[in-house]
Ligand binder design. Structure first.
Ligand code: C2E
Ligand code: CA
Ligand code: CA
Ligand code: CA
Length: 277
């Protein structure tokens, strides 16, 4: 009987999750077919340790749904991927980010912005041509844009991924392997991945100051990246002690709440102006 109760609880939970996902998908489809005013892009600066300046930023989508409230990208991005509507969402993201970069350019703020892509995006052969077109329309140079792809996405089909990454690199965009250390990459593939940046996953960084195991992993990843001529970004830096350690270990870029949370474009400009006082 105990087992039956457990099963019932499990069943109810699964059903609730399923219904929630359905609601998210249906609302997301609605948002994408209207003027998309519920969506916006937030930006989180990446600090260059050597220059002490934020020269890059990561674009992170935010969805404040009238019906569902705030919905995390961790929930709705995978749903959009599974439902085959990620392409439409990514197209909106790319156009919005380029528009924001163009705005900043006019205010004298010079940032390279990274956009997160999913595997589905990368295998879309029309993506690059579209991006280049949007950039030209807004008078933004290709050097202002880069892309992040997770290690686990890339390792689903490394040979295919390498071909797509080459196409992106050949056009001149920066490329980062995101969540590095969580996706079991094989070193033989890493050698052939035409990327410019390794992002050390935040699970290794959040407790860096106190966890010796994490310190050893981060040390090893930075040494590895240097061997391959790649820049390193540590994400999830939440305190001064971690920043100090990362500096000592030779990390190139710092990203995390300690520098700034992801913020709306207007708040990013404010943050910038305060930094340069
Ligand atoms: P990600 O690309 O690994 O992004 C890093 C996540 O860590 C972000 O969560 C960011 O807000 C959070 N973060 C940054 N600094 C800190 C810190 O110091 N401490 C902690 N605890 N967290 C920190 P967010 O914005 O909720 O995004 C979650 C995931 O959703 C992203 O992981 C990415 O996989 C996906 N995502 C977000 N925006 C987009 C997008 O525009 N397109 C796509 N395809 N995926 C996106
Ligand atoms: Ca990312
Ligand atoms: Ca990441
Ligand atoms: Ca992640």
């Amino acid at each position: 009987q105990h087992q039956a109760l457990l099963y019932q609880a499990y069943h109810n939970e699964l059903e609730a999750l399923y219904l929630k996902k359905l609601a998210v998908l249906s609302e997301l489809k609605k948002v994408l077919s209207t003027e998309q005013s519920e969506l916006c892009m937030f930006y989180q600066p990446k600090l260059n340790i050597k220059s002490g300046k934020a020269e890059k930023a990561e674009a992170l989508i935010r969805w404040n749904s009238e019906k569902l409230g705030f919905v995390s990208p961790e929930l709705f991005i995978p749903i959009a991927e599974q439902a085959g509507i990620i392409g439409k969402l990514t197209d909106w993201i790319i156009r919005r980010v380029i528009r924001d970069i163009a705005d900043w350019q006019q205010q004298g703020i010079d940032l390279q912005v990274a956009i997160n892509l999913s595997v589905h995006d990368v295998s879309d052969d029309t993506l690059l041509a579209k991006v280049i077109h949007y950039l030209q329309e807004s008078n933004v140079s290709r050097a202002k844009l880069s892309f992040e792809l997770t290690e686990s996405d890339l390792m689903q089909d490394p040979t295919k991924a390498i071909a797509h990454l080459n196409a992106i690199r050949n056009v001149g965009f920066g490329l980062a392997i995101d969540d590095f250390g969580t996706g079991y990459s094989s070193l033989s593939y890493l050698k052939d991945m035409p990327v410019t940046e390794l992002k050390i996953d935040k699970s290794f960084v959040l407790n860096l100051a106190t966890e010796v195991n994490d310190q050893n992993i981060v040390k090893t990843v930075i040494a590895l990246a240097q061997r391959f001529g790649l820049e390193t970004v540590a994400e999830g830096v939440e305190d001064q002690a971690s920043l100090d350690l990362l500096t000592l270990l030779g990390c190139d870029w710092i990203q995390g709440y300690y520098i700034s949370r992801p913020v709306a474009p207007a708040a990013l400009i404010e943050w910038f102006n305060e930094q340069s006082l």
